[in-house]
Design a protein. Structure first.
Length: 59
């Protein structure tokens, strides 16, 4: 397979891709951001709890 054929096949494959709409991308991005913020808060709270527990156990 030569390089030109590879690019032609790649372009043909990209034409068949079902691309998401702008609204779908926006909603997906929102979901990811909400998940990341929620997970960050959970990790922060757990870190706070465990660090305080360690301080109590180790003088």
């Amino acid at each position: 397979m030569n390089l030109i054929q590879y690019f032609q096949d790649s372009r043909a494959e990209l034409a068949r891709v079902s691309w998401p709409t702008r609204q779908q991308v926006f909603e997906g991005t929102q979901a990811v951001l909400i998940f990341v913020v929620a997970l960050s808060i959970i990790v922060w709270v757990l870190d706070l709890v465990f660090s305080n527990l360690i301080r109590l156990v180790l003088p």
